[in-house]
Design a binder for this molecule. Structure first.
Ligand code: WQD
Length: 343
């Protein structure tokens, strides 16, 4: 069965393509390579032995997208990752984010409707909850006004999806991710931040490998056990597997309502300093870090109530923080070896 994965050379997209192929799906990737490289397609082929179909273009180009569906009439489902996702950049360039993330989303839903592709999984985010009223946060929690244009595009896309589903045959699932980290056990794919990483774990591994001088811990004066922020870190492969469960739920008509939303996390929260200590423990590397001021827009603490995904979706995260950080470190080591060879 043919499945379209937009953003399939990205961090979560590439791991999802691997899991789809390993379940026997015939995967078509559309990616504009604005935040990834074609080498990821080679890496996926090395892992699974099957080269995914690959088309390079921007989903904002409606004509190209319509042509793609015309050339591939028997695509049955779509998992949509392609979007810009740097919180800080979205604050500096809001129109870039609203244009890219919303126009591409509308184009995709229109083309899917024109071609009767009615199973859709959307990459959403726990940022829609902002600073939750209660923890762990479940899917009924209030959606808070977004603190960044990036987070707002996720909320708006969820609303567009829900409204479209109400008025068409489309069936959809939004997966609200918590904090994806780690890499595939092969260390052939992983998080590839371009430039200085915004996210914690790639910054940790780049500091440990010597690419960065030191990690700045953004605040230790929060109302948490050690003063640093708490997040629900989830292994990217556990997250990828959730997409397979979700798309098969739709393809097999098991979804209870046409639009469903699930929190995809581990249900456990860890502080920044706990991540640092765990990283040092599993790698034996001493991490050079400094406590600095808070980062604008950071939520103090958030972790998932995963009971709905566990019981209804029939999925749960398997890997613990040590395994996640070990895989992130193995990836960093593999990357630097490859870069070393290049240099
Ligand atoms: C985690 C914690 C930081 C870097 C964001 C987006 C979310 C998703 C994941 C795209 C925070 C602290 C970080 C550093 C630090 N992005 N930190 N020093 O902000 O929870 O989520 O990335 O889909 O939508 O909102 O992730 O990894 O940036 O930060 O102390 O150099 O690590 O303050 O407490 P975040 P993060």
């Amino acid at each position: 069965m043919k499945v379209l994965v937009t953003g399939g050379t990205g961090y979560i997209g590439s791991h999802t393509v691997v899991e789809l192929q390993e379940k026997g799906y015939d995967v078509y990737i559309i990616d504009d390579l604005s935040n990834s490289t074609i080498e990821i397609v080679d890496a996926i082929e090395e892992i699974t032995g099957v080269r995914p179909h690959f088309s390079q273009f921007d989903l904002c180009d409606k004509a190209k997208l319509a042509e793609f569906f015309k050339q591939n009439p028997d695509i049955k489902a779509c998992i949509h990752f392609a979007a810009k996702k740097a919180v800080g950049e979205s604050v500096e360039k809001p129109l870039l984010y609203y244009h890219n993330n919303l126009v591409s989303f509308v184009n995709l839903l229109e083309c899917m409707g024109d071609n009767n592709v009615n199973s859709f999984v959307f990459s959403s985010s726990c940022t829609v909850y902002g600073e939750p009223e209660y923890l762990p946060v479940d899917e009924n929690a209030a959606i808070k006004p977004a603190v960044s244009p990036y987070g707002n595009t996720k909320q708006i896309c969820e609303e567009i999806l829900e409204d479209t589903i109400k008025s068409t045959d489309l069936q959809g699932i939004a997966l609200r991710y918590f904090n994806p980290i780690g890499a595939h056990e092969s260390a052939k794919i992983g998080e590839l931040p371009i430039g200085v990483p915004n996210n914690l774990v790639p910054f940790v591994t780049q500091t440990a490998i010597g690419k960065r001088e030191k990690l700045r811990v953004f605040g230790d004066d929060y109302d948490t056990k050690d003063g640093s922020c708490i997040r629900d870190y989830i292994h990217v492969v556990d997250l990828a597997k959730a997409h397979i469960v979700a798309i098969e739920r739709l393809l097999e008509g098991k979804n209870v309502t046409p639009y469903e939303v699930f929190n995809i996390g581990t249900g456990k929260g860890f502080s920044v300093l706990e991540v640092v200590r765990t990283f040092e423990k599993v790698t034996g590397e001493k991490l050079n870090y400094e406590i600095v001021g808070r980062r604008e827009g950071d939520v103090e603490k958030v972790w998932a109530d995963t009971s709905y995904a566990n019981e209804v979706l029939g999925w749960s995260a398997k890997m613990d923080l040590e395994q996640m950080l070990k895989s992130a470190w193995a990836w960093e080591l593999a990357l630097s070896k490859k870069e070393g060879i290049k240099a």
